[in-house]
Design a binder for this molecule. Structure first.
Ligand code: ADP
Ligand code: DAR
Length: 372
């Protein structure tokens, strides 16, 4: 996966290379990305001169994956239309990542939140440090980072702030702009896993930090258990999180917030892809449900099938889970604690994605306990 920048990346907007230059970089580069796998010569020749009605190009979509050989995926949609204009590239990559045989997605279904058949995954409080569930949303009618600009980002920020004012009760809180936030405050929020970073080389190459920090910010409920990220990788991320393993509480809070916000904002969605997001790995439900969990034995045990890597990787693959470090994607685990979440987000409903994570985490806890 794409590595973190060693130091803060210069605050200049990303230059998109010519598509021929990018194609040559990809041919010469050593990478295991899904972009390399699915951008065949035939697909490249067919798409290289195409444009979306917003002026979006193939070069904008592949710039990151061609410049960052450590990418695991390497492809982003320049704008929502990219998923249809460049479908010969996006469709096979989407079906590969989400393990689906057709690019289609069910209607939203969050389950019956008042009658869930689970609550706290770790009543002992000894294994699961914290639980977090997030979804992404894009404002209908707005491009993704490569086609965006400072004015559009500020418009999206203003529209979102208006909608956030409708949140009450446990969801009531305050918005903090990154433009006015003190550096030490920002660093503490990142360290405490609340706020996003601006040092992911892949996202930088995808124009994700253009015009930084204009239009970026974070909303917190008063108890800091509900958050909204504005204009990080996606236009919006709705996040519910708390200490411990009570997945039911985290889920109920998130669903309650989504219901209020979707009455006050219009989100980009289509029947083929579900909710549209900048990265194809987040399409559909856009739901990533994760625990920070202590797995010191699993993470050190060898794979049962003898292949390189840990038993943890093997179990995650079996249950469609994805391990990350504790500071998010592209970071390392600390003290045997990993961020483990569902990998698939499209081709299943929100409650099915949550169940896939829940069942996988319970299996992981059982295996960790059985290991000597
Ligand atoms: P996303 O896919 O939501 O962008 P990232 O992998 O970038 O997630 O992580 C974003 C932030 O959320 C990071 O600071 C990470 O530490 C934090 N995070 C993710 N899962 C959990 C969790 N279960 N408990 C606490 N913090 C979490
Ligand atoms: N860094 C990119 C994105 C992978 C999926 N994660 C997202 N969208 N945050 C890569 O290709 O590795």
């Amino acid at each position: 996966m794409c590595g973190q920048a060693g130091s803060k990346i210069a605050d200049s907007n990303e230059e998109i290379e010519d598509v021929e230059v990018l194609w040559d970089m990809l041919q010469k580069g050593e990478t295991k990305s899904l972009l390399k796998k699915h951008l065949t010569t035939e697909v490249y020749e067919k798409l290289k001169d195409k444009k979306t009605s917003l002026g979006g190009t193939l070069a904008q979509c592949i710039n990151s994956g061609c410049k960052n050989m450590h990418s695991g995926v390497g492809l982003y949609a320049c704008d929502p239309e990219a998923y249809s204009v460049f479908k010969e590239l996006f469709d096979p990559l989407i079906m590969d990542y989400h393990k689906i045989s057709k690019v289609q997605h069910p209607k939203p279904d969050f389950g019956d939140v008042d009658n869930l058949d689970f609550s706290d995954l770790d009543p002992s409080g000894e294994v699961i440090v914290s639980t977090r569930v997030r979804v992404g949303r894009s404002h209908a009618g707005y491009p993704f980072p490569p086609g965006s600009n400072e004015q559009k980002r500020r418009e999206m920020e203003a529209n979102t702030i208006k909608a956030l004012e409708k949140l009450d009760g446990e969801l009531q809180g305050k918005y903090f702009s990154l433009e006015t936030m003190k550096k030490e405050e920002e660093q503490q929020l990142v360290a405490d896993h609340f706020l996003f970073k601006d040092d992911d080389k892949c996202l930088r190459s995808a124009c994700g930090y253009n015009d930084w920090p204009a239009g970026r910010g974070i909303y917190f409920s008063n108890d800091k258990k509900f958050l909204v990220w504005i204009n990080e990788e996606d236009h919006l991320r709705f996040i519910s999180m708390q200490k411990g393993g009570n997945l039911a509480e985290v889920w109920k809070r998130l669903v309650k917030a989504i219901k209020v916000l979707e009455e006050n904002l219009t989100f980009a969605r289509d029947d083929g892809h579900g909710y549209l997001t900048f990265c194809p790995t987040n399409l559909g439900t856009t739901c990533r449900a994760s625990v920070h969990i202590k797995v010191p034995k699993l993470s050190k045990a060898p794979r049962e099938n003898g292949e390189p890597g840990s038993r943890l990787d093997e179990v995650c693959e079996k249950f469609n889970l994805q391990p990350r470090g504790i500071h998010g994607e592209h970071t390392e685990s600390v003290g045997g604690v990993y961020d483990i979440s569902n990998k698939r987000r499209m081709g299943l409903t929100e409650i099915e994605a949550l169940m896939e994570m829940k069942n996988g985490i319970l299996e992981i806890m059982t295996i960790e306990k059985e290991l000597e």
